[in-house]
Write a protein that binds this ligand. Structure first.
Ligand code: GLN
Length: 503
C-alpha cells in the first residue's frame, strides 16, 4: 500500500485523504520511506524534515477527523521545496557554501502559503548555486541524478525538485525559473513545470538571483496537479513590490476543461526561430509529432516569426549577471552564514569569505555583471541588452496578435551525461535557448512531457501572454490527455526502477 501511494497524483492523494480513505500521516510516511529508499542514489533533497512533515500531516488528519473542511484542495499532499525559499524551521542554502548553517528568520510567502494550505513540506531540494546553471552540477552539495538514467543530469537549476517528482519521492514540488530552471528540468525528467507570469507568484523570501527575471512556480507530474498548486502559491502579495494585484487566472478549471480534449477555435503559433537548427534530431521529431497532435485536437497551427529571439541568450547573459553582481553583494561575511576570519580588515574578511563561499560559476557571473555595469561599458553591454529585451517583448506582442499560445521544444536536447558540460559554460548556457525569451518578456510558459527521444524524456513548451495562464494550461492538459491515450498511460510510468526502490 505504502509504495502504491507514492505512484498517485496529487489530485488522487487529496481525494483519498479528504474522504479519509487514507490518512495524511500515512501518505507523508509513504513518501518519507521512498526518500529513505532512493534518495541515496538520486540526491534530490538537501534536507528532509521528517518530524515537521509528520506533524503537519497529523494536523490535517485532526482537522478532518473533527469534521472541518480541508484547508485547501491539496491539504495533506506532500511537496518538495527548492532550497531557495526561506523556511523558518529548516536550513536554506540556495545550493551555496556561503549560506551553510544559516537559519532564515522568516518564511517566504510561498512557504507560508503552502503551510496554510495544509501541504506537507517534506524538505528542501538541491539546486545549482543561487539558481545559476542548467544541470544542478553547480550545487555546492553534490550532483542530483536523473531518475531516467542516473549517469545523466536532471537539468537545472531546479534539478532536485524535478528529480524528486520523477523518482516518486513527492507528487508536487516548487521551483524557480529565471531563464528556464523550472521548464528545462521538467523536460529532462518527463514532468510538468510552469513558469508563471512575472509578478504572479510572490518573490518575498525567494533568495534573489536576478530580480527582474526570477519567478517561482509549480512542478508536478500532471498538468492538473500543477494547476492545483499554482492556485495555492499564486496571487497578490503586498510584501513583493512587483506582485500583480489581480486575481490568479482560473488554471484548475482550464486544466479540467483541457482534459476533455477539444482545442477547436484555438490558434497555436509555431515559432519559426525555435526548434530548427541546433536542436537534437529526436527532439525535433517529437516536436513535429506534437504539432500533428495539436492539429488533431482541433487547433489551428499558424507560423509566427519572432526575429529577435536569436539575441535572447546574449541579452540574458548580460542582464542576469548584472543583477546577480548587485544582488549577491549582500553576502559580505557579516550578515549570513559563512565567515572566514582571515585578515585584519572587514574588506579582507569579506574577500576571504566570498572567495571560499562562492563556486566558480557564481564568481564568473559576478565578474561578468560587474564588467557589464562598469562605467564606460554600461551602454554597450547592459544598456544594449535592455534594448534587446524590449524588442523581444514586441516580438511576443506581435505573435500573440496572431495566436492564442505559442509552442516550441522546451530544450534543444534531452538530458546530457553528468560531467559533459560542466567545464564549458557556453555549452551549458545553450540549454536555455528556447526558455529565455519568456523570462525576458515576463510572460508565462510551461513544459509538458512530449514522449521520448532515444529513451529520454522530451518537453513541449507552451507559451502564453502575461496572465494568459488559463489558455496555456488548457492546451497543455489537452495535449497531455491525447498523448497518454496514444501511449497507453502517462510517460512517467516508464521511468526505470531505482536500485533501492520498490515499485
Ligand atoms: N540556466 C539558466 C542560468 O543558468 C537558468 C537559471 C534559472 O532559471 N534560475 O542562468
Amino acid at each position: 500500500m505504502s509504495a502504491e501511494l507514492t505512484r498517485l497524483t496529487a489530485a488522487e492523494l487529496a481525494e483519498k485523504i479528504h474522504t479519509r480513505e487514507v490518512s495524511a500521516v500515512e501518505v507523508a510516511q509513504a513518501h518519507l520511506d521512498r526518500v529513505a529508499a532512493v534518495d541515496g542514489e538520486v540526491h534530490a533533497f538537501l534536507h528532509v524534515a521528517t518530524d515537521a512533515a509528520l506533524a503537519s500531516a497529523a494536523m490535517v488528519d485532526e482537522g478532518l477527523a473533527a469534521g472541518t473542511a480541508p484547508a485547501s484542495p491539496l491539504a495533506g499532499v506532500p511537496l518538495a521545496l527548492k532550497d531557495v525559499f526561506t523556511t523558518l524551521d529548516m536550513p536554506t542554502t540556495a545550493g551555496s557554501k556561503i549560506l551553510e548553517g544559516w537559519r532564515p528568520p522568516y518564511d517566504a510567502t510561498v512557504t507560508s502559503r503552502l503551510r496554510s494550505a495544509g501541504i506537507t513540506i517534506l524538505g528542501k531540494t538541491n539546486m545549482d548555486e543561487f539558481a545559476m546553471g542548467s544541470s544542478t552540477e553547480y550545487s555546492a552539495y553534490g550532483v542530483t541524478r536523473n531518475p531516467w538514467d542516473t549517469s545523466r543530469v536532471p537539468g537545472g537549476s531546479g534539478g532536485g525538485s524535478a528529480a524528486a517528482l520523477a523518482s516518486f519521492q513527492a507528487p508536487l514540488a516548487i521551483g524557480t525559473d529565471t531563464g528556464g530552471s523550472i521548464r528545462q528540468p521538467a523536460a529532462f525528467t518527463g514532468t510538468v513545470g510552469v513558469k508563471p507570469t512575472y509578478g504572479g507568484v510572490s518573490r518575498y523570501g525567494l533568495i534573489a538571483c536576478a530580480s527582474s527575471l526570477d519567478q517561482g512556480g509549480p512542478c508536478a507530474r500532471t498538468v492538473l496537479d500543477a494547476a492545483l498548486l499554482h492556485e495555492v502559491i499564486g496571487g497578490y502579495d503586498p510584501l513583493d513590490s512587483t506582485s500583480i494585484d489581480e486575481r490568479v487566472p482560473s488554471v484548475v478549471e482550464a486544466a479540467r476543461l483541457g482534459t476533455s480534449g477539444d482545442l477547436s477555435g484555438l490558434r497555436v503559433g509555431v515559432v519559426r526561430e525555435l526548434g530548427g537548427e541546433g536542436y537534437q534530431a529526436g527532439v525535433r521529431a517529437s516536436y513535429e509529432e506534437a504539432l500533428r497532435q495539436l492539429e488533431k485536437l482541433g487547433a489551428e497551427l499558424v507560423e509566427v516569426s519572432c526575429p529577435h529571439f536569436e539575441y535572447g541568450l546574449a541579452a540574458y547573459y548580460l542582464i542576469l549577471p548584472s543583477e546577480v553582481s548587485s544582488n549577491l553583494a549582500r553576502f559580505d561575511a557579516m550578515r549570513y552564514g559563512l565567515r572566514v576570519d582571515k585578515g585584519a580588515s572587514a574588506e579582507e574578511v569579506m574577500a576571504a569569505t566570498r572567495e571560499a563561499g562562492f563556486g566558480p560559476e557564481v564568481k564568473r557571473r559576478i565578474m561578468l555583471g560587474t564588467y557589464a555595469l562598469s562605467s564606460g561599458y554600461y551602454d554597450a553591454y547592459y544598456g544594449q541588452a535592455q534594448k534587446v529585451r524590449t524588442l523581444i517583448s514586441r516580438d511576443f506582442a506581435a505573435a500573440f496578435g496572431q495566436a492564442d499560445v505559442l509552442v516550441s521544444p522546451a530544450t534543444p536536447t534531452t538530458a546530457f551525461p553528468i560531467g559533459d558540460k560542466v567545464d564549458d559554460p557556453l555549452a551549458m548556457y545553450l540549454n536555455d535557448l528556447a526558455t529565455i525569451p519568456t523570462n525576458l518578456a515576463g510572460t508565462a510558459a510551461l513544459s509538458v512531457p512530449s514522449g521520448l527521444a532515444d529513451g529520454l524524456p522530451v518537453g513541449l513548451q507552451v507559451m502564453a501572454p502575461a496572465l494568459g495562464e488559463a489558455v496555456m494550461y488548457r492546451v497543455a492538459a489537452a495535449y497531455e490527455a491525447a498523448r497518454q491515450a496514444e501511449d497507453g498511460g502517462p510517460l512517467i510510468n516508464r521511468v526505470p526502477s531505482l536500485p533501492g526502490g520498490v515499485a
